[in-house]
Write a protein that binds this ligand. Structure first.
Ligand SMILES: Nc1ncnc2c1ncn2[C@@H]1O[C@H](COP(=O)(O)OP(=O)(O)OP(=O)(O)O)[C@@H](O)[C@H]1O
Ligand SMILES: [Mg+2]
Length: 405
């Protein structure tokens, strides 16, 4: 605990001294032997749409970024990040031959810049003869063109225990590249489940350090400083007015027990509209509130799982432009998985923003939609991603599903 405090203070001070923190995106990612991918090597834009059939690895792709966040966050680190995922043997791809390293490499850049500001590469293997714990096979950092970290170092070789930790998780080793762990630890992942927002008490899982599913969503709202909170709720209310016109006056309140709630006036046919709390809000209302809140909440990378769930198709088809408008001023990157043709029917989505995931007997292949000549032609001809690319993602024998007895 003391260490965590110390770490927080050091990071805080560091950023006070460097007030000009540049907002960055992950402009490139390489994965090797990560879950169902043998090899991934793609550029990423401000907005990224992960598209492909069920179980092709969309969530696994997002998890590689959550893994980096888990390395960098307070109370995280390599050992915990691996244990939380069932160990290296679960992370390492079943498609991998023998026991190669699991590898993740990223470039961090200013949005749309040519040259990355930072490059970070990590290779992970299992310690031989130990308890199969993960160790750093290599760890490398570049600042611009200059390599500033190259592990294993001599000290690492003399003391193997050092390799059980990455430099990302140690404030005394990452001073030179603190912008990287700082960026990574603020990555936000959202997969809001309305039932958990309504009934958080029924799903208490104390060990869970992350809350992607919204169990503590209302607490998060309540903990936000009042001015920011009110401003955000006002913005959300304005957006909700368009999507769910019956709902007015979105506010937060606390009940007699001090438990935070959201409240809105719900207009119906009877005179004198009634107040409703979140447990009466519809699934779509809650998911939209959660999505909008998250888009307004952070200035760093936002990972979204299937934001279309529970939402009416007219709202879904407006999500890409909504996300675009909210991310733009903050220069923030959004990476989302989706199955929705409505969402992908927005003609503003470019082929270079879409990662197509195709399962093969050698693991899932990941390609930019724009690298496929056929898709590129169709897009140039005025079709949307939904029409140009989505048909390619259907499993080959899917028609037979309707004949299933
Ligand atoms: N280490 C591994 N090696 C190979 N495959 C793995 C590994 N770990 C998980 N998988 C496979 O990855 C698949 C799940 O991928 P994931 O959950 O990312 O799919 P998805 O694209 O998000 O699907 P959905 O659209 O249904 O949410 C499963 O089939 C699982 O067996
Ligand atoms: Mg998934």
């Amino acid at each position: 605990m003391e260490l965590e405090m110390e770490r927080a203070i050091v990071i805080l001070n560091y950023y006070k001294n460097n007030g000009n923190f540049i907002s960055m995106i992950i402009s490139h990612i390489e994965l090797k032997n990560w879950r169902n991918f043998q090899s991934v090597n793609v550029d990423l834009r401000d907005r990224v749409f992960l598209v492909g059939p069920n179980a092709c690895g969309k969530s696994n792709f997002l998890d590689s970024l959550r893994f980096l966040r888990d390395l960098a966050k307070a109370g995280g680190g390599l050992q915990k990040a691996a244990i939380d995922r069932g160990g290296v043997s679960k992370i390492r791809s079943l498609y991998a031959r023998r026991y190669p390293d699991v590898e993740i490499a990223i470039h961090l850049s200013e949005s749309n810049a040519e040259q990355p500001l930072w490059r970070y590469e990590l290779g992970i293997k299992q310690r031989k003869g130990g308890k199969n714990e993960p160790i750093v096979a290599y760890e490398r950092v570049w600042k611009g063109d200059r390599q500033i970290i190259d592990r294993p170092t001599k000290e690492d070789e003399n003391d193997e225990l050092r390799l059980t930790q990455t430099y990302l998780e140690q404030i005394n080793t990452n001073a030179e590249f603190r912008e990287i762990p700082k960026f990574l630890e603020s990555i936000l992942y959202l997969h809001l489940i309305p039932q958990l927002v309504r009934h958080p008490e029924a799903f208490a899982t104390p060990g869970l350090s992350e809350d992607p599913f919204g169990r503590t969503f209302l607490e998060r709202v309540a903990k936000t400083p009042e001015k920011t909170r009110k401003a955000r709720l006002k913005k959300i209310e304005d957006a909700l007015k368009l999507a769910i016109p019956q709902l007015k006056n979105l506010t937060d309140t606390k009940d007699v027990m001090g438990v935070p709630h959201l409240e809105a006036v719900y207009e119906h046919w009877r005179p004198g509209a009634g107040k409703q709390r979140e447990d009466q809000f519809s699934d779509g209302t809650l998911r939209l509130i959660g999505l909008l809140w998250s888009l307004l909440e952070t200035d760093s990378l936002l990972l979204l799982e299937e934001p279309e769930l529970s939402l009416n198709s007219a709202i879904v088809s407006n999500l890409p432009s909504l996300i675009y408008r909210l991310q733009r001023p903050r220069k923030r990157q959004v990476i989302l998985s989706t199955h929705s043709a409505d969402l992908l029917s927005d003609k503003g989505i470019g082929g270079e923003e879409v990662l197509l995931m195709t399962p093969t007997p050698e693991g899932t292949q990941v390609k930019l939609a724009s690298s496929n000549e056929q898709i590129k032609m169709l897009l140039e001809g005025g079709l949307s991603i939904a029409d140009a690319a989505l048909p390619l993602t259907a499993p080959p024998a899917i028609e037979q599903l309707s004949l299933f007895k």
